[in-house]
Design a protein around this ligand. Structure first.
Ligand code: NAD
Length: 251
């Protein structure tokens, strides 16, 4: 176990950083990748020798092509790629111009495609695993999520494509759909009304924590999930499973 290597994108904060800490605690070597050159060193400060930071932008094909050799040069192998980097944008269809649409797609969808493609040769060698982070917004539509929700729905389908095509090489691909978590990403777009509505609509009646999402990701990275591929797991307090009337019936 001691020499297994995970690469986590968007790892300078939030769910990505919680996942890095969880895998480190489980004995993995962890490459933390983020485009935020200010935040990443701060996040790395108390992570110890088993962690290394890499400043790259997953939406830039040239950066991705440089990132994988850099990580492999440092660690020598790759057993898990967690495609977690994401951006949020809530806006009506009419106000989502093409530049805004592309800004979301280039990280949330292009980034997952590019990073995965670049990692596949290394993952073939280890029979490694891909874990892509989508969202409940990719499972259920809502207003203002035309770009974000569509990008995440595409990540769900991309995961299934990866599982279908890469299984013969022993590579597993799974998708985690977090419900709302109070990270910087979510708090930038969640008003108090949205927070209240989520509490109402979620059977567990609360937001999740970064750690609760990280535990699911860590399970999918682990050998405990060795026969699990092509799956979409919502870690969402039950949001995906419910229909109308929950708040009324709860009362
Ligand atoms: N927080 C939530 O409520 C929630 C819910 C569902 C899904 N998610 C998904 O979980 C993932 C992590 O979200 P979070 O809430 O921890 O967000 P966050 O904003 O706290 O962290 C995201 C990190 O990704 C980095 N990043 C963004 N674009 C990048 C790029 N192109 N290249 C490299 N790094 C990049 C950012 O610099 C940041 O450090 C995202 O994919 C997000 O869509 C979050």
């Amino acid at each position: 176990m001691a020499d297994k290597v995970a690469l986590i994108t968007g790892a300078a904060r939030g769910i990505g950083l919680a996942t890095a800490k969880t895998l480190l605690a489980e004995g993995w070597l962890v490459a933390l990748l983020d485009r935020d050159a200010d935040e990443l060193p701060k996040a790395m400060a108390d992570l110890g020798q088993a962690a290394s930071g890499f400043v790259y932008d997953v939406s830039d094909p040239d950066a991705v092509n440089a990132a994988l050799p850099d990580v492999l040069n440092r660690f020598g192998r790759l057993d898990a790629l967690v495609n977690n980097a994401g951006v949020a944008d809530f806006g009506p269809i009419a106000e989502t111009d093409f530049a805004r649409w592309r800004r979301v797609m280039e990280t949330n969808l292009d980034g997952v495609f590019l990073m995965s493609q670049a990692a596949i040769p290394a993952l073939k060698e280890t029979k490694g695993t891909l874990v892509n982070i989508a969202s409940i917004s990719g499972l259920r539509a809502s207003t203002l999520r035309v770009a974000y929700g569509t990008s995440k729905a595409a990540v769900i389908q991309l995961t299934k494509q990866q599982a279908a095509e890469l299984g013969e090489f022993g590579i597993r691909a799974n998708c985690v759909c977090p419900g709302p978590v109070r990270t910087k990403l979510a708090m930038a777009v969640h008003t108090q009304d949205i927070i209240d509505a989520y509490h109402d609509a979620i059977p567990l009646n609360r937001y999740g924590s970064e750690q609760e999402i990280a535990e699911v990701i860590a399970f999918l990275c682990s050998d405990k999930a060795s026969y699990v591929t092509g799956q979409v797991i919502a870690s969402d307090g039950g949001f995906e499973s419910t229909g109308v009337g929950l708040p009324a019936l709860r009362n």
